[in-house]
Design a protein around this ligand. Structure first.
Ligand code: G3H
Ligand code: 13P
Ligand code: ZN
Length: 306
């Protein structure tokens, strides 16, 4: 099985990315793995701090180990948006392959200091570290949800050199959640190109990268939900970012949630007499697998990379 470090180099060399799919329960993890197995793709499976407390340390470890054995594909356990040294240390100690320290809401010097502390600890145990510079709206809206602050290319160079982080999450116009753009979508390719010039060898990470498929928005709205005006980044744009730039990891949570919940809503509405949880959950798992297979093959271009 190829290592995570292999993919750090190979993605940039050969123009594809690894999906980083968030999971919150058995079904979302199995759906992600099944999709990856079908497309023969490696992937990150990501756990946010919220997912960490929802599932608990023991379940996360054991679900992940079981998934690796069951699906026999390269999956890498990743901590998503770790906000403190303590949570990153915990993830390293229990065997995560990769951690993100997200100190992007802190002033530059403090972000560097905390990031470096995590890097020093994680590297001793051979765990890779993703850091972030710039602010995305959504989950990071301790700042101001409406004002994206894009990554400064010069500062990115200093940041990476001083902290020794392995990859860098950049802010170029994407945002978290199901409501990404007020008007037309706007990705700042100019900012990205400047970053790539400054740090040509650093693998970059794109957060807030769901495309918010309208079929799922419609499904949710049709079967009792209310997601009026939800929108995301076009798949064609994501494909360009995945293949023509230095991005090596694309984070996707919202689309998994939409596929899962859309499918659950539809199943339950159409089958009012069913109360066996395996039926709606099994259908939702299959919908997640379909979504992941599609993304890997048509957007992230990581089919047959295992
Ligand atoms: O970007 C991060 C994820 O979407 C995390 O969401 O904190 O609700 O698990 P969560
Ligand atoms: P989305 O909300 O666009 O799926 O972004 C997820 C993400 O960035 C997780 O870190
Ligand atoms: Zn994110």
């Amino acid at each position: 099985m190829k290592s995570l470090k292999y993919y750090y180099r190979d993605c940039l060399k050969n123009g594809y990315v690894l999906g980083a799919y968030n999971f919150n329960n058995l079904e979302t993890l199995k759906g992600i793995c099944l999709g990856c197995q079908r497309s023969k793709s490696p992937a990150f499976v990501s756990v946010s701090e919220g997912a960490f407390s929802y599932m608990g340390e023991e379940f996360i470890k054991n679900l992940f180990e079981s998934a690796k054995k069951e699906y026999k594909i390269p999956i890498f356990l990743h901590l998503d948006h770790g906000k403190s040294f303590e949570i990153c240390k915990k993830a390293v100690d229990i065997g995560f392959d990769s951690v993100m320290i997200d100190a992007s809401a802190l002033p530059f010097e403090e972000n560097m200091k905390l990031t470096k502390k995590v890097v020093t600890y994680a590297h001793k145990k051979d765990v890779v570290v993703e850091a972030e510079l710039g602010i995305l709206s959504g989950v990071e809206d301790t700042v101001d949800a409406n004002s994206d602050i894009y990554t400064n290319p010069q500062k990115a160079k200093e940041f990476v050199e001083k902290t020794g982080c392995d990859s860098l999450a950049v802010s170029i116009g994407t945002s978290h959640g199901a409501y990404k753009y007020k008007g037309k979508q706007k990705i700042h390719f100019d900012v990205l190109e400047k970053i790539e010039k400054e740090i040509p060898n650093v693998p970059l990470v794109l957060h807030g990268a769901s495309s918010v498929p309208q079929e799922y928005v419609q499904m949710i709205n049709t079967y009792g939900g209310n997601l009026q005006g939800a929108n995301g980044t076009a798949e064609a744009t994501l494909k360009k970012l995945a293949t023509k730039h230095h991005i090596f990891k694309i984070n996707t949570d919202t689309d998994i949630r939409l596929a899962y919940i859309g499918s659950l809503r539809k199943y339950l509405k159409e089958n009012p007499a069913v109360f066996d949880p395996r039926k709606p959950n099994g259908t939702a798992l299959e919908e997640v697998a379909k979504l992941v297979e599609h993304k890997n093959k048509k957007v992230f271009m990581c089919e047959n990379k295992i």
